[in-house]
Write a protein that binds this ligand. Structure first.
Ligand code: SF4
Ligand code: FES
Length: 248
């Protein structure tokens, strides 16, 4: 395949960025999108030019770092895949592909296609955990019965990989889907109920402090989420938040 790549280049967080054209040839359908970018970078190195910086780690849809806006869609045209799981067979010979970083005030560009998503880490740090009882009388979590339906829903919420596609897809750059997945994962388990009130308040407060927008109610986040995280989680978080607000 012969392609024209139009890639966002930006030297650093404060520099002005621009789209730059890169023609590329010899791309096979079985290559992953990131392998295609690897080939481009090898060619740039041979020419002595600055490589295109992009984030990646696991390359198997687990870590959530490979966040690219491809032809205007977070993670590109395929559904339920992260950018690293996207194959070039989803494109046609002669295509022009626009590749940009995720755009959100709370995700400032570090360089080229890499954005700073530590805002998500801070939301997690706010209370995205269960405190450990180290008294010596800790109950083994496996001995606490959990209703199967709740266990399944909690597990589904826990599959969120923190990629940020939900934010990039939302016209308000809202982080509600991400935050609600993290809140739900614990709200559905008896172990998580103990701190449920403090958790939802702390995580929502941090989400707002980071500058994410309000939920737009368009459902774009669910549509673009590589893990199929459901809007039901946002409804659950809203219920949790309302109930917490009446308690304190
Ligand atoms: S909810 Fe989906 S799109 Fe948002 S961070 Fe989690 S996995 Fe990514
Ligand atoms: S590189 Fe880890 S999810 Fe894509």
């Amino acid at each position: 395949m012969k392609l024209t790549l139009k890639i966002w280049r930006q030297e650093n967080a404060t520099a002005k960025g621009k789209m730059v054209d890169y023609p590329i040839d010899g791309i096979e359908g079985d290559m992953s999108f990131l392998e295609m970018l690897d080939i481009l970078n090898e060619q740039l190195v041979e020419k002595g030019e600055d490589t295109v910086e992009f984030d990646h780690d696991c390359r198997e849809g687990i870590c959530g770092s490979c966040s690219l806006q491809i032809n205007g869609e977070p993670h590109g045209p395929d559904k339920l895949v992260a950018t690293c799981q996207l194959h070039m067979r989803s494109f046609n010979d002669g295509d022009t592909i626009y590749i940009e970083p995720f755009r959100a005030k709370a995700f400032p560009v570090i360089k080229d296609l890499i954005v700073d998503r530590t805002a998500f880490d801070r939301i997690q740090q706010a209370w995205g955990y269960v405190s450990v009882n180290t008294s010596g009388n800790t109950v083994d979590a496996n001995t606490i019965p959990v209703e199967k339906a709740n266990a399944d829903e909690s597990f589904n919420a826990a599959t969120c990989i923190g990629c940020g596609a939900c934010v990039a897809a939302c016209k308000n750059a809202s982080a509600m889907l991400f935050t609600s997945a993290k809140v739900s994962q614990y709200a559905l388990l008896p172990q998580g109920r103990i701190e449920a009130t403090e958790r939802v308040q702390a995580m929502v407060r941090q989400m707002d402090d980071e500058g994410f927008g309000n939920c737009s109610n368009t459902g774009a986040c669910e549509l673009e989420c590589p893990k199929g995280i459901s809007l039901d989680n946002i409804a659950r978080m809203n219920r949790e938040y309302l109930s917490a607000s009446t308690k304190r």
